[in-house]
Design a binder for this molecule. Structure first.
Ligand SMILES: C[S@@+](CC[C@H](N)C(=O)[O-])C[C@H]1O[C@@H](n2cnc3c(N)ncnc32)[C@H](O)[C@@H]1O
Length: 315
């Protein structure tokens, strides 16, 4: 049994206040300690090393589409609720000690708080979906906090996120020096009615929530995923089901039971999970590899500890 204090100083800071002891049985399989009260959203694993990589790593319940911030390019949106204290990540990218372009890079710090290296998500082929998260213009838009754990960068929600909200993380004071985007301690006080942002974080990770599940990805106008008509290739492609977007991994679309693979309307009775189809009553492992799920006749599936109706989270 390992006390969290031995594992990571940041967790010590977070959990000591709440007198929570995190033991190694509660590590997330990658050596990271976490509380059972923290909601972990892991990146989707992929072997892709081309520009589709960031989208292939996007967890269910999120989408990448044009940002609500003018001129900001793409952004990441919640497609369902995420409770406060939800941890996304880690941020993917090249580890380097120098940078040509700092727009997608985070600093990673050593034990003594000195700069260690950058994790740079500039190149899509070795990055992941977190590279698309934009920076809030004001403290009122901000809904994510950056957490470094064991040399990796994570984003944690410090409030409940409802469907349709763009996920926005403050890049830090240096990033926007020239554009004049800055934060003062008073801004946080006004927003959170607390003196110290750390206090807000400490109090986000105390909710005991059930892990949740959504069964399709949503992408909007993501050209890398649209396979040119009549062309062979390894692009992923869209399926349409009741007018909503779903995406199948092209490789796995061989398993698509539809006769026309771009039309999922004929797939009733099947469940789609991460681009794979399952027949009604068929059992399969969820992407987290822990939960057993069963496909229902209506095309939805239920998993051991997953709740299909997340609305209560923000109530
Ligand atoms: C880490 S990337 C975020 C993803 C980016 N929007 C994209 O489509 O690839 C950082 C870049 O996004 C844009 N960006 C992020 N937040 C912004 C904001 N509040 N206002 C304007 N541009 C923003 C800037 O171009 C910035 O250099």
């Amino acid at each position: 049994m390992t006390n969290v204090q031995d594992v990571d100083p940041i967790y010590q800071l977070i959990f000591q206040k709440n007198n929570l002891i995190v033991v190694c049985e509660e590590c997330d399989g990658r050596g990271l300690a976490f509380s059972k009260d923290m909601f972990i959203v892991n990146n989707v694993e992929t072997n892709l090393t081309n520009d589709n990589r960031p989208l292939a790593t996007l967890p269910a319940g999120l989408s990448i589409r044009p940002s609500g911030i003018p001129e900001a390019g793409y952004g990441v949106f919640a497609e369902r609720s995420f409770p406060k204290g939800t941890r996304f990540g880690p941020y993917g990218g090249e580890i380097s000690e120098t940078l040509d372009n700092w727009s997608y890079a985070w600093n990673v710090y050593g034990d003594d708080d000195s700069f260690k290296y950058y994790v740079d998500g500039y190149f899509k082929n070795n990055s992941n979906w977190l590279r698309y998260e934009n920076c809030p213009r004001t403290v009122h838009e901000e809904n994510l906090y950056v957490l470094q754990l064991n040399n990796e960068i994570f984003y944690v929600t410090y409030e409940c996120i409802t469907a349709g909200t763009e996920l926005l993380v403050w890049y830090g004071p240096d990033y926007w020096k020239d554009l004049g985007l800055q934060r003062k301690p008073e801004d946080y006080q006004e927003r959170f009615k607390e003196e110290d942002i750390r206090y807000v974080i400490e109090n986000t990770i105390t909710e005991n929530v059930h892990q949740l599940y959504t069964y399709c990805y949503k992408f909007f106008n993501q050209t890398p995923f649209i396979k040119p008509p009549g062309k062979k290739g390894t692009f992923d492609k869209y399926c349409f089901n009741d007018g909503s977007y779903q995406v199948c991994r092209y490789r796995k679309c061989n398993e698509n039971p539809c006769t026309n693979q771009t039309d999922c309307k004929g797939c009733e009775g099947y469940c789609l999970h991460l681009g794979k189809y399952f027949k009604a009553n068929e059992k399969f492992k969820h992407v987290d590899t822990k939960n057993t799920c069963v496909c229902n006749e209506d095309g939805h599936f239920g998993c051991t500890i997953y709740d299909q109706f997340p609305e209560h989270i923000c109530s």
